[in-house]
Every structure is written in structure tokens, then in C-alpha cells.
Design a binder for this molecule. Sequence first.
Ligand SMILES: NC(=O)c1ccc[n+]([C@@H]2O[C@H](COP(=O)([O-])OP(=O)(O)OC[C@H]3O[C@@H](n4cnc5c(N)ncnc54)[C@H](OP(=O)(O)O)[C@@H]3O)[C@@H](O)[C@H]2O)c1
Length: 414
Amino acid sequence: MVHSIDQQASKKLPSYSDQRASVSILGSTGSIGQSTLAVLAAHPERYDLYALSANTRVDLLLEQCLTWHPNYAVINDSSKADWLAIEFKKAGLSTELLVGEVGLDAIASDDQVDIVMAAIVGAAGLQSTLAAVTTGKKVLLANKESLVMAGPLFMTAVKSSNAVLLPIDSEHNAIFQCLPQSSLSDSTKKTAFTEIKKILLTGSGGPFRTLPIREFSEVTPEQACSHPNWSMGRKISVDSATMMNKGLELIEACYLFDCKPSLIEILLHPQSIIHSMVEYVDGSVLAQLGQPDMRIPIAHALAWPQRMSSGVQSLDWQALNALSFESPDLQRFPSLAIARQVANDAISSSIIFNAANEVAVQSFLDNRLSFTDIITVVEESLAKIPSSEPSSLIDIKTVDEEARRIAGSIIACL
Ligand SMILES: NC(=O)c1ccc[n+]([C@@H]2O[C@H](COP(=O)([O-])OP(=O)(O)OC[C@H]3O[C@@H](n4cnc5c(N)ncnc54)[C@H](OP(=O)(O)O)[C@@H]3O)[C@@H](O)[C@H]2O)c1
């Protein structure tokens, strides 16, 4: 993982100073995908865009292809493929069009690809992200859900393929930057971790940090998607409003940093300037600060182990009145207690937690479920499905499908 990337792995990476790197973006039409393109656009001398992908937003995918002329484009929704193929032909584009999961796997694992940005939202990103990891790419991981669902399988694949896994979630990227450099080697990892007292995983508290709890049941999708600090896709925006996102991040951090949930404290920081911290046994606390703009972790991970411009403005210290912190209210955000329990449970619990949440969030966004019932669906799904330890991709997908079926039936009864 992240802190256990060995030197051999970093040596095989193309360094931007001497060699161009070829990039595939899984989910290029999303919020992270578009921010990635913005960073790449600022560094045309360092990166070649190899492939782009979308689920249904075919107009935007076409626009991106016309701008970037990638070797491949993948559209997941096969009903849009014919239209896109005709548009490519009309425009004289040489970009080859691929369709569905097979196409995503291909652009994630192609020999010509050095870097894969895994920015598909939800469980839909698991297989292609795993394909990138298994083939030893430098993988920029935005799709936290794949790690939550398949942590042990995923991290084993990272180790055996010598893939380089770099976190894009701003919090995990910050923790990565604050961890001791010595932890970049597997052999010294244990020593490094005895030096760490605590990982402080920060979160803004989302749009409802101060909303009276009695008003939660009336919350609309538009309100839930209006994050005070970050501009993001709709699913992660709702996850931020329930703080389910922080729960998923807790589980993600345990796998990425190979640590127990008890090492990680969740801390609210409404201004989203500090992106997370690491406290050492001597009382030193290292923090990573910056504007709440995803181009920063994206540029960090693209250039790692070097640095390059992200295009984001410097912090204006005079304009920062105060940085405040508070403990999360577990009555307001029950997702945090559930996530901590899940992080200590069997792997099936993480899969169910993620799948039930995805189904519930989609129902909420479709106005078929209340905001407060998102948590009810997750809790009831966890209670209904027996624990297990699926270890293969097929078995993980089986638990995921079962959890989606159960969550759907719970929603139908609410
Ligand atoms: N946004 C942020 O600031 C942020 C920060 C940290 C982590 N993340 C994580 O990054 C990931 C992406 O988030 P986002 O906010 O960028 O999401 P988003 O804006 O909703 O974009 C999701 C991307 O995935 C594609 N996609 C959706 N369903 C798919 C499917 N079934 N098959 C193939 N592709 C599919 C979408 O295509 P269409 O456009 O065609 O729908 C789009 O390109 C999530 O895991 C999220 O938790 C996001």
C-alpha cells in the first residue's frame, strides 16, 4: 500500500522530468475526472492522455475526446455506443470506442498505460480499479468504495504486482504526506508505526453540521448536495451530508495505512483547510493544509514522488479568521458509529455497508426515500445478512448483489 510502496516500485515509475507518462482516466466525465483533466492540461509536456471513460454522459465524453484525442474512449452504457461511434466518424477522430466493463478493464490494464486515475463512483469502479492494480500500474485511488468492498484482495494485489497506490481522497492524501518517509519501505513499516500515536481524519461535517436534527427527515436532495466547501458528484455529496463518506474513509484508511480503526480519530473541522493530521508519540502533530480543491491531491499523486503545480491558488492566511475543531455528534451522525463497528467486523460487513448505502442514496436522490432512512436501510441490511469472509472478486460481487437486493426490499417496505 500507500506507505509500503517499496523502492523498486518507485524506481520503475516514469519520472516526469525525463519520461512522459501515459494516463487512463476511469470516470473522466465526473467531478474528479474533470479536475484530473484540468491538472493534465497544465502539464502537456509530461503526460499523454491514453483513455477516457463515462457511464451515460455521452455528450461530455464526446467533447472531451474532441479536445484530447485519446487512443481509447469507453462508454459503459451500450445504448449510447452507436451514436458516439457516428459522432467520432463525423469528426474524423481516430479514438477507438470500447463498451462496458470489458472496455474499462482494457484501458485500466493496457501495457501502454503508466498511470490510472480510478474515479468511477461506487462499486461500479471495483473491477477496473482492481485490473489496474493487478497489472502493476501507478493507481490514483479516488474510488474509495473499491477498497471498502475488497480491501484484503486489493492490498494483496498491490503487493504482488508492485503497483503504486496513491490516495486521492484529500484526507488520505494528507495523511500519506504526513506519514514518516521511512514508512515508504515495507521493512521499516512496523518501526514507523510504533512512532505514531494517532491519525486524525478530519471532516467538515457537511451541510447539516448545525441543522436541528428534527429537520433531518425533511432534507431534500438539493440541500444534501450543497456542500459548504467542496464541489463534488451527487453520491459523495449525500455521503458527506450523512457523514457516511467519513465512515467509508475510516475503513479505507485502515486498509491504505494498514492500521486498526482504534488508531484513527475522526475530527470535525468545518473550514476544510487542514485535510488530516498525524500525531507522533513525542507530541508532534503534522498536518497538511491547502485550499479545498481536489486538484491539489490529484497533482500531488500524479507527480509523486516529485511535486508540480496544481493550478490552485495559495491559501490567503489573512483571510483565514480561525481554524476550529470539534468532536462529531454521534446522535446526529450515526453512520460514524456504524462504520467503526463495520471496520472491526468481517469483510462482508464493509461490502453490505457500502452496497446498502449506494442503493439508499440513489433512492434518496430519486425522491423515493427520506434522508434519515438512508441510515435505517444500512442498519437493517447489516442486521439481515450473515457475516462472511469473501476473498475472491466473484464472492465479493455475490455479497454485494445480495446486499443490494435486501436493501431494495427494505426500501420497498418503508
Ligand atoms: N468529487 C470529489 O471531490 C471527491 C473527493 C474524494 C473522493 N471522491 C471519490 O471519487 C469517486 C468519484 O467521485 P465524483 O464526485 O467524481 O463522482 P461523479 O461526479 O458522480 O462522477 C462519477 C464518474 O463515474 C462514472 N460512472 C458512474 N457510474 C458508472 C458505471 N456504472 N460504470 C462506469 N462508469 C460510471 C460517471 O460517468 P457519467 O458522467 O457518464 O455518469 C463519472 O464519469 C467516488 O468514489 C468518490 O467517493 C470524490
